[in-house]
Design a binder for this molecule. Sequence first.
Ligand code: SF4
Ligand code: SF4
Length: 385
Amino acid sequence: MGIAVSNVVFDITTGCNLACKYPCFAYKDNRRATQEVADRLIDWLLDQPGDWKSLGFFGGEPLMHWKLMRWTMEEARRRAQERDQKITFSVTTNGTMLTEDIVKTLAENQCGVLLSIDGPPDIHDKMRVFVNGRGSSKQVMRAAELLLKHVDELPGLTARVTWHPQVHQEGRRVAEFLVDMGFPDVAICPVDEADYEAAGEAYVQAERELADWFIERTLQGRMPPLSFTTRYLQSIYNHRVLNKWQAQTQTCGAGKGLLGAGPDGSLYPCHRFAETPFLQRFKLGDVWTGLTPEREKFQWLNIYQMEFPFDCAKCPAWPYCSPPCIGVNGDFTGSLFKTVRGHCVWHRIHVSECIRIHETLLDNDYYHEQARQGFPIIKAGGDAT
Ligand code: SF4
Ligand code: SF4
C-alpha cells in the first residue's frame, strides 16, 4: 500500500508565450490537454482515498488553455461536492494573459495564484521577455494590480521571483518592491542550476543586502513575508531556541502524495517530470489505467543516497539545508541522485545569512513572537515545489 495521492499538478499545456532567458524546464513543445483527459483526470483524482484533494495548473503557461482550465475547475468542484469531498485549486502563471474576468473566475473558485514576477519593471524585463525580446513587465504589473484587488478572495497569493545570481543582484530592491505592492507572500527562489561561483561576491552581497533589509523591517515590527527566508528561520529557531531537532531531511512530495499529470494524462512523480524528456522515463501510470508498480518503488526513493558536491557533515548549511530537487538533478546531471553544484553553493550562502538574521534578532521580542506563532507566512502554505 502506498501513500494516498491527494495533490496533482496538471500540465494543461506545455506551450508558453514567453521566452524567458534563464534555464526553464518547460520544453514549450505546445502539447495541449483535451477535455477528455481533463474529464478522466478529475474522476481519477476524486477516486483516490481521502476527502481533501488539490489540483494545480501548470505549464508552459496554463492561461493559454484558459477555457479548459475554467471547465476543469468548475467540473471538479461540482463532482467533488457530489461525492462530499473538498477540492482546492492553484495556478502558476506568468500573468501576461490575466484579465479582470479571469481573476474573478479564479476568485470564485478560490484558486491560489502564484504569479511569476521578478521585481520592478527594469529588473523583471532582464529575463522575462516575449519571443520578440520585448520585456513582459507592462502586462505583469497590470496582472499584479488585478490580483491584488482580489487579494482577500485568492488564497495564498504569491509573488514568485526566479532569482538568477548573475542578473538579479538587487535582492533588497526586488523584495521591497513586491512586499510594498501588498503581496501576502513573496517567494524569492534562486535558480538551482545557475553558476553561483561565476556570480561570485556580487551574489553574496545581494543575499547580504536582502538579509539586512529583513532585519531592518523586523526591528520596525513589520517582518516582511519572504517565505524563502522565514522557512529557514523556522528551522533555525526550532533547533537553536526550542531545542527541537529538525534537520531538513524531508524530501518533496514527488511521487508520494503529489503527482504530475502530463497533457496526455500520463502520471509522473511531479510536474517537472511531466515536462522534461529525460525525466519522462519515470512515468508512473496514467489516468485511464491507474498507477503501475513503479510508483510503489519511487515513493520510497531514499534521498540519502544522493551524491553531494560538498560533504554535508562538514558543511555550514547542515542541518538547515533542504534536500535538492530530484527533477533538477535528473535534468541537469542525468541522475536523480547527483546534485547540481549550484544548489549547494546558494544554500550555503542563504543559510549563513539566515543564521545571521536569527542571531541579530535574538534580543527582539517581536521576532520571538513571530517565530513562536510559526511565522505566519509558513502557515499559509506554499507551492508544491
Ligand atoms: S549545501 Fe550541499 S553539502 Fe551543504 S548541507 Fe546542503 S546539500 Fe549538504
Ligand atoms: S522539488 Fe523538484 S522534484 Fe520535488 S516536487 Fe518540486 S520540482 Fe518536483
